[in-house]
Design a protein around this ligand. Structure first.
Ligand SMILES: [Zn+2]
Ligand SMILES: [Zn+2]
Length: 266
């Protein structure tokens, strides 16, 4: 008699589910959202349309790269779904300027209720947690370290790590330096997730909005540690077809376009 046991991954592996890989919204194009070990979200563009309620309830924390809409659009709805949950509040973790923007413009009792005081101030649904590069965040199974990048508003990439493995997320950025210095120093770096938003034919738009195009990505590669695969995300849906052709024309084997939901285990 044979038993088919489910394959149990090693406890220390780093599981990343790509729930949303785009910098804009249309059917089949979910906005930027990564789920780490099933309980930590990095950005929240599309959590509530990606995950059934039971999986939403397992989320303990959401770390945010910046306060642009395509990165937190589903957060108000996630928080509403979790209201009254019998557990610790959902932690929304980010550097101070990101949290200030959310307090002022989203959870302000005008745009959306202030769930840091609901259902009661003593047992709120939501708790903000300020983090910084100098104060990395031990988030359940992983450590999250925000690193400033260059964007229109204060924006941060993240180093997500656990013993023996790490990955880097760029966040929204145009050509930048600091996060690549950190990446070059990071041991056991398994992957880099880098934004590319616009086509090279939209270089002006990309420069004015501080985003990457394939040509800029190719230049940025020289700053990264060698031999680490680079997964590209945050394509604007109307630009996707051109971006795909331009990336293919680079013939750079390290670059892979993240075009759909995917799960990684590092
Ligand atoms: Zn964005
Ligand atoms: Zn942005």
């Amino acid at each position: 008699m044979t038993y088919n046991f489910p394959r149990v991954p090693p406890r220390s592996s780093l599981a990343i589910r790509v729930l949303g890989t785009y910098g804009g919204s249309a059917p089949g194009y979910r906005m930027t959202t990564f789920l780490i070990d099933g309980e930590t979200a990095l950005d929240a563009g599309a959590l509530t349309e990606s995950l059934p309620l039971a999986a939403q309830r397992r989320i303990r924390r959401v770390a945010l790269t910046h306060a642009h809409f395509d990165h937190f659009a589903s957060l108000p709805f996630l928080v509403a779904n979790l209201a009254g949950r019998e557990s610790e509040p959902l932690e929304v973790a980010a550097p101070a300027p990101v949290l200030s923007a959310l307090r002022a413009h989203v959870f302000n009792d005008l745009t959306w209720p202030d769930f840091t005081r609901l259902p009661s101030a003593a047992r709120p649904t939501l708790r903000f947690r300020k983090i910084s590069e100098a104060r990395p965040y031990r988030a359940g199974s992983v450590t999250l370290m925000p690193v400033p990048v260059r964007h229109l508003i204060p924006g941060f990439g993240y180093v997500v790590s656990k013993p023996g493995r790490a990955v880097v997320f760029s966040g929204d950025t145009c050509p930048t330096e600091r996060i690549w210095e950190v990446a070059r120093r990071t041991r056991n770096l398994k992957a880099i997730f880098l934004e590319v938003s616009f086509s090279d034919t939209q270089a002006d738009v990309a420069r004015d909005s501080c985003h990457m195009t394939p040509r800029l990505v190719a230049e940025e590669l020289a700053k990264m540690p060698p031999d680490v695969p680079v997964y590209l995300y945050h394509m604007k849906p109307p630009s996707l077809a051109r971006i795909r052709r331009e990336i293919a024309a680079l013939e750079e084997p390290r670059l892979k376009l993240l075009e759909s939901e995917r799960s990684f285990r590092f």
